[in-house]
Design a protein around this ligand. Sequence first.
Ligand code: NAD
Length: 357
Amino acid sequence: LPATRRLLITGGAGFIGANFVHHWHRAYPGDRLVILDALTYAGNLQNLESLLEEENIRFVQGDICDRPSLDSLLREEAIDTLVHFAAESHVDRSIFGPAAFVQTNVLGTFTLLEAFRDHWNEQQQPDHYRFHHVSTDEVYGSLGPNDPAFSETTPYAPNSPYSASKAGSDHLVRAYHHTYGLPTLITNCSNNYGPYQFPEKLIPLMCINILLGRPLPVYGDGQNVRDWLYVGDHCSALEAVLTRGIPGEVYNIGGNNEVKNLDLVQALCDLMDELAPQLPVRPSRNLITFVKDRPGHDRRYAIDATKIKAQLGWTPAETWQTGLRRTVEWYLAHPFWWQPLLSKKLTLPYTSAEFSD
Ligand code: NAD
């Protein structure tokens, strides 16, 4: 095995991808990291900060659907490990404009698989090559209050155009292992939160709205349940899978932190009241406003992470309370990161849906 790896990280300027680049560079500073990102509204070079000056980190602006560019990048950089984060990731946007989701999530993943397969074949199918596809628990659909949590064998039942497009990409990755023997890995992870998350998503949106004294829109009755995982724990799970996972396998990643949306928003309000020096409205809970539910809103997601814990020895370091505190502290300390993004949010093609996972 080579002493250092050469990674192509798609979507590395987005929320989880950027956290992963920081994580991997800290853990393996000798590895070559090539970041490929189209810089859509969700991509932001500020997420990578000083890393772009590092000698063994390269950023390339490009689309995962662009096959000729992929071919030259894989060859020229002698990539052995592809970690695929690039996606359209916002459920509400998928309801209003599903086409981009099919294009990037399905066709983009297909294009990457084809390019990586040719590259792997050209190099005589080395054992250590990996294609790691980063996916979501939303492919499994919605749970009732007493259903067991999603495991790796739960049948797929995606309900939104977002989750359907991710399910399609998961199936393609699976098929490339079974048909061509491509050394793939798939991880399905629950809701992430933490630094650098685009403020259309629930936790950063709520933090920022509290700071600005704006209403905190909560869908329906606020009783929808999500499992929350601190993004740093997702990165350590991805590291465990990339370094010790078995090709062809699927691993579910979750925090064992099931929380109702309303409880989460209330906890955030209380944290902001405690940590923010000045707020236009106190207590922040007064800003909570119930809004019309999202169409087809999944009621509950929960992840059974027994496999990754038992087989790869991974466990999360944060509970949702400790992770939330770290996250609130980060948004309070980084107004220069999120303030320029507020104008981007206003360009959404809709106004009703305001928060999401
Ligand atoms: P994000 O929206 O913050 O980032 C996505 C990145 O992909 C952006 O930088 C964007 O510019 C880039 N991108 C989009 N289309 C592209 C294209 N055609 N070519 C190249 N780059 C493109 O998303 P995220 O929250 O960081 O999610 C990353 C991955 O993790 C996604 O695949 C998502 O499905 C998955 N995931 C996310 C969560 C979560 O809670 N956020 C949970 C589980 C899985």
